[in-house]
Ligand binder design. Structure first.
Ligand code: RP5
Length: 167
């Protein structure tokens, strides 16, 4: 049965993007956030893109993550179709290795924002989506805080492995 809790819609331009975009799924799985991941291309299937965004919004998608490579218009097109937050993931590929996608996604005109993560930054896109949902979900906010505490402890452990002093 479909979830009634707010969930995340992950869209990508091609199945060739799936390996990187699955890192967003992994982050959301770890945090207990529901999602759906589909392929819809801004250029090759504009009607499908519109249908995915409008039906997902109707069915409770609270945040969208959109990943694309090269002339990466998908995140901007998704943002044009919904007023819910959109996180864009520039993907490496083609001659320019993601710099083209980064510029395409990050340079949105005023009025239609896309929160852009690093090239290949799908994991951070998942975490950021969870952070947005956590503004209305105290349990999720607690899980995110616990992750930060664990991360800080891991840094201290990493330091122990390499610490040196000659003083
Ligand atoms: C973009 O073109 C996709 O997001 C993908 O990153 C890239 C190449 O797509 P394929 O030719 O592998 O389908 O639209």
């Amino acid at each position: 049965m479909a979830t009634t809790k707010p969930w995340v819609c992950i869209v990508m331009g091609s199945d060739s993007d799936a390996e990187v975009m699955s890192q967003a799924c992994a982050a959301l799985d770890e945090l207990g956030v529901k999602y759906q991941m589909v392929v819809a291309s801004a250029h090759r299937s504009p009607e499908r893109t519109r249908e995915v965004v409008t039906s997902s919004e109707r069915e409770g998608a609270a945040v969208f993550i959109a990943g694309a490579g090269m002339a990466a218009h998908l995140p901007g097109v998704v943002a044009s179709l919904t007023a819910r937050p959109v996180i864009g993931v520039p993907l490496a590929g083609g001659a320019l290795q993601g710099v083209d996608a980064l510029y395409a996604i990050v340079q949105m005109p005023p009025g239609i924002p896309v929160a852009t993560v690093a090239i290949g930054g799908a994991r951070n896109a998942g975490i950021l989506a969870a952070q947005i949902l956590a503004t209305g979900d105290a349990d999720l906010a607690t899980r995110l805080r616990e992750d930060r505490i664990a991360m800080a402890a891991a840094v201290a452990q990493k330091s122990k492995k390499v610490e040196k002093s000659t003083r």
